[in-house]
Design a binder for this molecule. Structure first.
Ligand code: GSH
Length: 217
């Protein structure tokens, strides 16, 4: 049974790989699972048909036979649990890799998304100039802590794992803000993720949707 995921028919990021289908594509590429993509307009995402799959009317979703999932983190964990390549076999290393998926989504991503949303929709508000540095500082604090943990390691805990996959996609959201540049080891970490052949295939596939070349692999 081929996996089907959903993605934006026209991604607001213009194919920069920030939409969360990118994580799912990358995970599927890492484990060598072919997949199809159902592209959705913003109107189609709000329809009952899609809400039955994703109650919050968002992408991505994941369908494999009679299993339907939403939430990119849950989808990545499902892929990682059922295919080799994204979680170590040793129980303690596996638990730590799962811990890093939560750290990426619960500790690092929220302040980054707060900053991102504020920069998009609050630019013309009277509080923007005061609020922006506060949000940037929250991100800086987390990046400093993450950079200290990473040190000169290649990945967060031993071999590349689902935790790194999610962390790299989360950190990429900062491209263009200048914040990542404070920590060369984090920049190198992101570049290491982007250099993986599976990442390159996933990125090309989602970019092709935007440029109009193809919708699935
Ligand atoms: N926590 C969800 C967030 C999903 C999400 O925010 N999806 C965005 C695209 S990256 C979306 O569908 N935005 C359109 C909307 O919310 O209307 C996940 O990780 O899957």
């Amino acid at each position: 049974m081929t996996v089907t995921i959903t993605a934006f028919a026209r991604s607001p990021d213009r194919g920069c790989g920030h939409a969360r289908d990118m994580r799912v594509r990358w995970a599927l590429e890492e484990v060598g699972r072919p997949y199809e993509v159902r592209l959705l307009s913003f109107d189609a995402m709000k329809e009952p048909t899609h809400r039955r799959l994703q109650p919050f009317a968002q992408i991505p979703t994941y369908e494999d036979g009679d299993l339907a999932l939403f939430e990119s983190g849950a989808i990545i964990m499902h892929i990682a649990e059922h295919n080799a390549g994204l979680l170590p076999d040793a129980p303690q290393a596996r638990a730590r890799a799962i811990m890093w998926t939560f750290a990426a989504l619960n500790t690092i991503e929220p302040p980054i998304v707060d900053l991102e949303i504020t920069m998009i929709i609050e630019r013309d508000k009277p509080w923007y100039a005061e609020r922006l540095p506060m949000l940037q500082d929250r991100v800086r604090t987390r990046l400093g802590e993450l950079a200290t943990h990473l040190g000169d390691g290649d990945w967060l805990d031993g071999a590349f794992s689902a935790g790194d996959l999610l962390m790299v996609t989360v950190l990429r959201r900062l491209i263009g803000t200048g914040l990542l540049e404070d920590h060369p080891n984090l920049g190198a970490y992101v570049a290491r993720g982007e250099a993986r052949p599976a990442y390159a295939r996933a990125f090309a596939a989602q970019l092709a949707v935007f440029t109009g070349s193809t919708a699935s692999r």
